[in-house]
Design a protein around this ligand. Structure first.
Ligand code: CA
Length: 199
């Protein structure tokens, strides 16, 4: 299943930083790759729920990265970012195997809506409210209630809870959690997951 972990491929550091920051505030775990080869390597190692891929990259461009990801058999949803307002680009982008594209500059809310749509694609992700006994998790508003009472959570607490709620009835290992909810700089020897689980 798709986690909430995103691979962002963007060479412009400032833009990548701002975007990653905004996404983390929305409970997504974000790894950043600055070029095509780094992106392909990361995609091979980690189970991303989504790739946000800028077309304009030095060396191998985003379209080529997209083609290579697909030729490796990857079915991860891919959202292309393009600075060019060009219909050809859009067609080439979709032909290269991307699922959707967004023209820069874009509205952050629009990006979030596209991300939600792409992450929802799997059949088990259609619903926006996950319910377990008296616990309710709204994956759109991130509103969590228990016996109708709202519960305040930090973005990471929310991400962990949503991940567990989506996989209710399953036994989830520490590794599953670190791979789908945390970023690549997560230290496997830390007790951060235990701390969050306890909360
Ligand atoms: Ca770029």
């Amino acid at each position: 299943m798709n986690g909430m972990r995103i691979l962002l491929v963007e060479d412009e550091r400032e833009a990548a930083h701002m975007l990653a920051k905004g996404l983390r505030e929305k409970s997504y775990a974000v790894d950043v790759a600055e070029d095509g080869p780094a992106a392909l390597e990361k995609a091979e190692i980690s189970p991303y729920g989504l790739v946000i891929l800028d077309i304009m990259l030095p060396g191998m461009d985003g379209l080529e990265v997209c083609r290579r990801l697909r030729s490796n058999g990857t079915r991860i949803p891919i959202l292309l970012l393009t600075a060019r307002v060009n219909v050809d680009d859009r067609i080439t982008g979709l032909d290269s195997g991307a699922d959707d594209y967004l023209t820069k500059p874009f509205d952050f809310g629009e990006l979030l809506a596209r991300i939600r749509a792409l992450l929802r694609r799997g059949p088990e992700l259609q619903t926006t409210t996950l319910t377990i006994a008296d616990l309710s998790v709204n994956t759109r508003s991130h509103l969590v209630t228990r016996a109708v009472k709202p519960i305040k959570l930090t973005s990471k607490e929310y991400a962990l809870l949503e991940y567990l709620a989506r996989r209710q009835g399953e036994v989830i290992g520490r590794e599953d959690i670190s791979e789908h909810v945390w970023e690549e700089n997560y230290d496997p020897f830390s007790n951060l997951i235990e701390v969050y689980m306890q909360r």
